[in-house]
Ligand binder design. Sequence first.
Ligand code: SAT
Ligand code: MN
Length: 603
Amino acid sequence: MRIDRTKNKKLNHWVEEVAAMTVPDQIYWCDGSKDEYERMIKLMVDDGLAIPLNSKKLPGSYLFRSDPSDVARLENRTYIASRSKDDAGPTNNWINPEELKIIMKGLYKGCMKGRTMYVIPFSMGPIGSAISKIGIEITDSPYVVVNMHIMTRVGSKVLDVLGEDGEFVPCLHSVGKPLAPGKKDNGIWPCAPIEEKYISHFPEEHAIWSYGSGYGGNALLGKKCLALRIASVIAREEGWLAEHMLILGITNPKGEKKYIAGAFPSACGKTNLAMLVPTIPGWKVECVGDDIAWMKFGKDGRLYAINPEAGFFGVAPGTSLQSNPNAMKTIDRNTIYTNVAITGDGDVWWEGIGYKAPGKLIDWTGKEWEEGKTDKPAAHANARFTAPARQCPGIDPAWEDPSGVPISAFLFGGRRPGTIPLVHQSFNWNHGVFLGSIVGSEVTAAALDLAAGTVRRDPFAMLPFCGYHMGDYFKHWIEIGKKTSADKLPKIFYVNWFRKTADGKWLWPGYGENSRVLKWVFERCNNEGGVAETPIGYMPTVEAVERAGLSGVSDSDMKELLAVDREGWQKEIVLVKEHYAKFGSRLPRELTDELAALEKRLA
Ligand code: SAT
Ligand code: MN
């Protein structure tokens, strides 16, 4: 088969090669049009894979139900196949790239029989921005096509930018379920058995091969695979940052605006923070992105961030008008829902939506479900919405600015019921990198084979997303701090919305009230705000966190939230040493120095 659909020879050749290996019935080049989106949806409705939702309540929205084995990212089937095992480091699964290619080529052989092979040209970031990157995803899943339409910028314009010899990241994906002649999916979500699923990254080649899963980050290859794992590798080569961070703009009552980026492990309310509605009068927060930030130095020596994505792929359960009103308004139209429950009249429902299930539902597995009749949740815990970012009422006016937005502060945080105060600020850049390197969240469920109460370290919230050795990644952050003057670097803060009292009650209300902490962060960026120097960093004085109009947080609560728990930190140091030991000689000296200095200050 000869392909001459584009001027880009490398792309034509790659498409030919993949088609020869996977043997699809036909090849379709995506143009990103609305018409194309609707045709794909219709195809899936006709095949029983998509269910149209109530067109009055949720116009243009559809429900998909995945296979029960294909409901989330699969960390243990995700590989970094660098030539040397050492370059993948202790936090990644490594396989020899040659061996992996033999295995995967075996799986890809004829895997698209009976299906259409879609070629999706997409841009991560505004098309043509100097910070953006082009990817081409080849997939046999129309579900992936429609999701990529929302999550990235798809279409012919991308091919124009690519030109004859432009660079792209090849992203190969198959659901791994060839169809016999004349057969259709017939309402059954296509995927391969778990032991055949592979989500593979070749960091030296900047290439992605994914097989066997149709869900989320395993299949929408622009997101975690390209925008984090491969981009982190490219960012290190080129001297910029590809981070698992939300980006928000915050404006004070005088109209002064700053942008803040923040990294939090999963299940810490990142999307809620990105879309926060402040409770303090006169302050405004606007959303640039909820998951990923790419940052490069501008001519003025400051870091400028873009959101490489164009949509939100958010967790539905727990999203309500109380926890995230902006998200609820974003997903009331043109939204793809996956694995939520539906009501009798074709509306969606999930645990934590803020109201009781209205009568009998159909749960995410397609079975009848009634409140109290079963202890299984109606929506899968990782059920998702895919919605265009432009639909968010709080979207920042500069969210598609090709030059990005200037970042004034970084936030790090996790779920920590003890030890870590509500907020503290690093003394300087390297101390801030230290704070990022020790990010962790307390494990709640019996997940991950860790006892409840254990802290799972998730440095920079990048544990599953760093495409190379985490020790080298820490070093890269140290190096970034040397590229400009200290006053131009973002200030670094560690926040913790999840402090509990000894008897297990939340000390801080969270959600919109977190704006009170953002206000202090904002002031610190202007070298203002009441501040005390402590052994762990700069902390707000009790009066410095605005509490007017806040109920339920007493002076003594505030003192507890802003105390330096020396004993707790001494225990923390022991754990950080264990954590650091994993990185061996690749752990930068600067971080062991920071740890030693902290230990000394606490003594
Ligand atoms: O499935 S995604 O990787 O896109 C989202 C997540 O699990 O963090
Ligand atoms: Mn994420």
